[in-house]
Design a protein around this ligand. Structure first.
Ligand code: B12
Ligand code: SF4
Ligand code: SF4
Length: 412
């Protein structure tokens, strides 16, 4: 590994053969960075950028305001780790540089095409095959090991789950900029980049930040089905379909249910409308190419999954993390949002599911698809139901049927 490796071409065009004979510490850092970029590209990363392992106080303040407002919802781990999350050196005081590594998962299909097929469930593009965490972590470790062996510096790798503000750090490194949807946008890869990082005690020359290229565009903000943005780069995750379908454990708030359409896992809408995606080449990474059965799964099949079926279908997929209960809840909600009366017998069976979350979602789905049948079953069901949330779903059947449907701006 290392010095004798043939150096491939690199998007940033800063690679030449690694020259170990250097004059100053700065030259050493620059040469090490060049060689590191070659390693990163050989490991399959599409982008590398470097910054200091620091973030400005504005990031800390913005994270603090977001948490104070309770926007993290049930993601309590965000608040629990605030001090470490607000600053990379809060997590690792000895860290000097942050190496940002990006992998494109640009889809070769239209992620929004299924919106017109209410019997089918939409799974976010990033989740239609293998879990990116596993693949990226493996590659990060490979590159980090090289850096350690080559420089003697200490290294730690991160992808998604650690208390590290990955997007502000990547923007500071010039990997792109935080678009109005808050995610990192790259001129080369659009909105479709996964991010991973190596923090290291090595001093590597920092890249300049990229300017903001959103201009007057607001497409992502207006595309959001649940009005999760209250301004550019201001998100309320509690309204975000991605949060509601993946992170949120309990019943989905009633006003948001009808707005979620047939999305069952994650959401791509704000990413998919970004004009910068036109420069992105569809990924060829086999782990990110969609599995045929996850392109347009039947909602009824998803709602009917047993625990064992769920684990069989989603082993190795990021969806496995959400578990069967959330997937069935999401599928029931999506069934309720379309003309899916064929699913009523299945929904009735799920009224007796062992999970109260599934039972509650089944009550909602039945009340939307077969309200008369729901009214007939209500009295008996209430007599036997002990869960407070499910009882509330049954009780809500008697709510004013003429009440206006919720809109994207209905408060929670
Ligand atoms: C928590 C989380 C979520 C939450 C909350 C999202 C959010 N924007 O906060 C939920 C579950 C909703 C989510 C959804 C998604 N996520 Co996510 N998520 C994360 C995670 C773990 C932390 C993000 C974070 O720090 N949020 C806190 C806010 C405060 O920080 P921020 O988003 O950078 O916002 C900055 C400003 O915009 C501003 N700000 C934003 N909102 C507000 C609100 C107020 C009131 C104020 C004052 C300021 C403010 O403050 C911040 C600091 O400057 C990161 C991984 C990581 N460790 O960083 C992945 C990550 C951001 N997610 C990722 C992805 C892919 C997604 C989805 C696209 C998945 C999907 N298709 O369903 C969606 C996109 C939704 C969206 N528009 O953000 C990728 C994004 C890659 C990229 N190119 O940027 C990441 C980086 C994971 C990874 N390693 O690849 N995610
Ligand atoms: S992921 Fe979907 S719901 Fe979440 S902010 Fe983007 S468009 Fe809105
Ligand atoms: S859709 Fe428009 S506003 Fe949103 S991130 Fe892309 S360029 Fe920026």
């Amino acid at each position: 590994m290392g010095r004798s490796k043939k150096v491939p071409s690199w998007p940033f065009g800063f690679l030449n053969a690694f020259n170990a004979v250097t004059k100053t510490p700065q030259d050493n850092g620059a040469a090490l960075k060049q060689a590191l970029a070659a390693q990163a590209q050989a490991a399959g990363f599409d982008l590398m950028a470097v910054t200091t392992a620091t973030l400005p106080d504005t990031v800390r303040r913005e994270l603090g305001a977001y948490l104070d407002d309770g926007r993290h919802g049930s993601m309590g781990w965000m608040a629990d780790t605030f001090e470490r999350r607000a600053h990379p050196q809060g997590m690792w005081p000895e860290a000097v540089s942050a190496v940002i590594l990006g992998m494109s998962y640009a889809p070769g299909f239209d992620p929004l095409a299924l919106a017109e097929h209410p019997q089918r469930g939409v799974i976010s593009s990033y989740a239609r095959n293998r879990d990116y965490h596993d693949l990226i972590k493996k590659r990060l470790k490979h590159v980090a090991r090289w850096l350690h062996q080559e420089s003697g510096a200490a290294v730690k790798v991160f992808v998604d789950t650690a208390p590290l503000m990955e997007k502000p750090l990547a923007a500071q490194a010039g990997a792109g900029w935080q678009g109005k949807h808050t995610n990192l946008v790259s001129r080369r890869f659009g909105s479709w980049l996964f991010l991973g990082e190596i923090l290291t005690t090595a001093s590597l020359p920092a890249d300049p930040p990229e300017g903001d290229h959103c201009g007057r565009c607001t497409s992502c903000i207006t595309a959001c089905p649940t009005a999760a943005f209250d301004g550019p780069r201001r998100i309320d995750p509690r309204r975000c379909v991605s949060y509601l379908t993946i992170e949120h454990e309990g019943p989905i708030p009633r006003p948001l249910r009808p707005l979620m359409g047939n999305r069952v896992y994650g959401c791509d809408d704000c990413l998919a409308v970004c004009p910068w995606n036109k420069f992105a080449t569809p990924t060829q990474v086999s782990e990110f190419l969609p599995r045929a059965e996850l392109m347009a799964p039947r909602l009824a099949d998803l709602a009917a999954l047993s625990d064992a079926d769920f684990r069989t279908v989603f082993t190795g997929s990021p969806i496995k993390r959400a578990g069967r209960v959330r997937m069935v809840r999401n599928a029931l909600n999506a069934l309720a949002n379309g003309p899916n009366v064929d699913a009523v017998p299945l929904i009735e069976r799920l009224l007796a599911d062992e999970s109260p979350i599934v039972r509650g979602a089944a009550v909602w789905a039945l009340s939307r698809l077969a309200p008369d049948r729901a009214a007939i079953l209500a009295a008996d069901a209430l007599a036997n139901e002990h869960d407070t949330d499910v009882r509330a779903e049954w009780a809500a059947l008697s709510e004013d049927p003429n009440a206006p449907p919720p809109t994207a701006h209905t408060p929670l």
